[in-house]
Design a protein around this ligand. Structure first.
Ligand code: APR
Length: 320
């Protein structure tokens, strides 16, 4: 059986890391697409030349032509610009919306059967626009944010509790922005919910509140340290987890920006929610019941995403 074909649209920091991970994990053959001449070709060749040492079987090709993504099984989109210190993800809207138009049309024309994972920010609005521009079914287009935000939350929790990251399950809902909702009630250490751990005296509410806030600011913390761009290792790993769930029909329960049709009170829009990812793409949006307080935070986050979608429609009336 032929290896799966994985198209990476955008060959920058995240795109290059994605290509490396796909090859190392032997998930399939890679096509790296970018408008910057030489960048995708150079990265593809560099990673291919690491093959003899790593011993992986994968072909890698760099290109500026959408024809080369023909028939891709998975497309992961990072095309666009990342933020710089002092910028919010929302500041990227105008530039990256235009990029989503060209990428969406490229996927529509050449890889209409792909499972599409968008990473470009501001995530929830960009994945919505990408679905609109590509016309692909909503269950085949999703955005990577929840896995990353949850991974950040898990990491901070494992450090606080001094336990393996493998034993921490953390859950973040809502838009991928300052209003995201790290769910304390649904996050556990060894199956024990965080509120119980506070009650047991293993940590304090203040420390937990600080971790929740650090999770919300997780992207900005990295931008502030790097100064020249945004995070790329963990975003790439998170998207690979989603791609693998699709390619291997793993039925993973992963939070991601998915199209909601009434679940958790959200109608006809993309926002971060728990999902099941398998061979059918987003096979299910899990309609969890939130407490009143959680629902207020979640609704605020949903409103922030609605504002961005409205701004997209103003910039590009074809979306209205
Ligand atoms: N089509 C294809 N590629 C494009 C286009 C386009 N229309 N416009 C820009 N690009 C390419 C750039 O040439 C660059 O190589 O997208 C790549 C983006 O790479 P980086 O600038 O290194 O950004 P990266 O860190 O990979 O982040 C990409 O993901 O997390 C988000 O906020 C982040 O929106 C940003 C995206």
């Amino acid at each position: 059986m032929a290896r799966p074909k994985i198209a990476l649209i955008g060959a920058g920091q995240i795109g290059g890391t994605l290509a490396h991970l796909v090859a190392l994990k032997e998930l399939g053959d890679v096509v790296l697409f970018d408008i910057a001449e030489g960048t995708p070709e150079g990265k593809a060749l560099d990673i291919a030349e690491s093959g003899p040492s790593e011993g992986f079987d994968a072909t890698l090709k760099g290109t500026q032509s959408y024809e080369d993504i023909a028939g891709a099984d998975v497309c992961i989109v990072t095309a666009g610009v990342p933020r710089k210190p002092g910028m919010s993800r929302d500041d990227l809207l105008g530039i990256n919306l235009k990029v989503m138009k060209s990428v969406g049309e490229g996927i529509r024309d050449h890889a209409p059967n792909a499972f599409v994972i968008c990473i470009t920010n501001p995530l929830d609005a960009m994945v919505w626009a990408l679905q609109q521009f590509s016309g692909l079914p909503a269950n085949k287009v999703c955005g990577m944010a929840g896995v990353l935000d949850s991974a950040r939350f898990s990491h901070f929790l494992s450090v606080e509790f001094g336990v393996s990251m493998k034993d921490v399950t953390a859950f973040v809902l809502g838009g991928h922005g300052d209003t995201m909702v790290p769910s304390v009630r649904y996050s556990t250490v060894g199956g024990i919910p965080l509120p119980d751990l506070v009650a047991m005296g293993w940590t304090t509410q203040d420390k937990l509140d600080a971790i929740v806030q650090r999770t919300r600011d997780g992207g900005a913390e990295i931008v502030g340290l790097l100064k020249t761009g945004s995070a790329f290792y963990a975003p790439a790993t998170s998207a690979i987890e989603m791609a693998e769930a699709y390619l291997k029909d793993q039925k993973r329960v992963l939070p991601c920006a998915a199209y909601c049709d009434g679940e958790i009170g959200v109608k006809d829009m993309y926002v971060g929610v728990p999902t099941v990812i398998g061979a059918g793409g987003i096979e299910k949006v899990i309609d969890i019941k939130l407490t009143k307080e959680e629902q207020v935070m979640f609704d605020k986050s949903v409103d922030a995403v609605k504002g961005l979608v409205a701004a997209c429609k103003e910039i590009d009336p074809s979306l209205a």
